[in-house]
Design a protein around this ligand. Structure first.
Ligand SMILES: *[C@@H]1O[C@H](CO)[C@@H](O)[C@H](O)[C@H]1NC(C)=O
Length: 351
């Protein structure tokens, strides 16, 4: 019904009619407040599957748009990429583009661009991925009044580790837990990241904060003190806790390492202060817990010697379990935070 009317108006050159007029196109308002372009529909297509990558890598989040039925003349559109928050309510701007102009925001400045190598492609390229880049992104295409979007999930391959500070168990509120992970070159883990680690065998009987403000812990071998023997293996959930008042441990997440971690060859065992100095003398720095886990997971670091780390803990990484090197599963073994004694040291060198 609308099409003949438009044709008639174009023929007569008249602009006096009851229809609103935008950008040379007529719009018709239909049910659900959806706006259609003369019966032409704008569609946005993204990847259904999550995109997997690693810290430090460059990644492309695919997105394209098209009109149905097809339009012959190119149209001026605007693109807006944003990143959804953990609870999917709010979004933070990542990049906006209009014509040849584009702008990126915050932490994404200087690291993002639009990839338009195919017609109608508006994929987002993010360089030098950071741990906090993981999450869900929205690709929004705006054509006049029409606004369509799709989302893409970016997942980083990584490792989750439980973290307890030197002053003991259940000492961190949510904000302190977040900071504790950041101090270890990691971020506080998401439920998805913890779940994935549980699938890979993580079993830890102390509850820790996750980024969504819940407190949970992963159990693969049900036992009495960890939710009960009769409860199936799974993630035990204490639910949402008060972010200031309640205290637990933390689950931290790290991905690939930008650099190397090594056990320093040194003639004698060291105190923590001597260990820090020894790494500096080697033009490196004493490694953080997240860096040791990352080197264990991604670089296969295996060392059956306990060494100091920056937070004052003593640990060692085993990828090929053997007698006298801890339990029969691969893992990072911990001696806690020794108050006395001398050990080796793990150093970190940036690449
Ligand atoms: C990422 O892209 C930048 C710029 O194009 C390039 O210099 C860098 O080598 C790339 N990094 C990786 C890991 O491929």
């Amino acid at each position: 019904m609308l099409i003949p009317l438009v044709v008639m108006l174009l023929q007569t050159g008249s602009s006096h009619c009851g229809l609103p007029f935008y950008n040379g196109f007529y719009y018709d308002r239909v049910m659900n407040d959806k706006v259609y372009l003369n019966g032409v529909r704008l569609m946005v297509e993204t990847s259904q599957d999550a995109v997997f990558s690693l810290r430090g890598a460059n990644v492309t989040l695919p997105c394209r748009y098209y009109y149905s039925p097809k339009l012959d003349t190119p149209r001026m559109i605007r693109i807006k990429w944003s990143k959804l928050r953990e609870d999917n309510t709010k979004a933070a701007d990542v990049l906006v583009s209009s014509g040849l102009k584009h702008r990126s925001f915050g932490d994404f400045r200087g690291r993002t661009r639009l990839q338009r190598s195919a017609p109608h492609e508006v994929s987002l390229v993010i360089n030098d991925l950071r741990l906090r880049d993981a999450g869900r992104y929205r690709c929004e295409v705006i054509d006049g009044l029409e606004d369509e979007s799709g989302t893409v999930e970016l997942e980083l391959q990584g490792v989750v580790f439980p973290y307890q500070p030197h002053h003991g168990r259940y000492m961190l509120n949510f904000h302190e837990a977040k900071k504790a992970c950041e101090d270890q070159d990691a971020v506080i883990a998401s439920f998805e990241q913890l779940f994935k680690s549980w699938m890979e065998g993580l079993d830890w009987c102390n509850a820790g904060w996750l980024v969504d403000g819940t407190v949970q812990y992963p159990i693969t071998l049900p036992r009495e003190p960890c939710g009960g023997k009769n409860l199936a293996p799974g993630i035990r959930n204490y639910g949402e806790r008060h972010k200031n008042l309640h205290h637990f441990d933390a689950f931290c997440f790290s991905s690939a390492l930008k650099g190397i971690v090594y056990y320093l060859a040194h003639p004698q065992k060291l105190t923590l202060e001597e260990a820090k100095q020894a790494c500096q003398d080697d033009k490196a720095e004493i490694a953080k817990v997240g860096q040791l886990y990352s080197a264990w997971k991604f670089l296969g670091l295996d060392q059956c010697d306990a060494g100091w780390l920056a937070d004052g803990s003593v640990r060692y990484p085993i990828t090929a379990p053997r007698p006298n090197c801890g339990p029969p599963e691969p893992g990072v073994r911990s001696f806690g935070y020794p108050k006395v004694g001398k050990f080796g040291v793990f150093c970190y060198k940036r690449s």
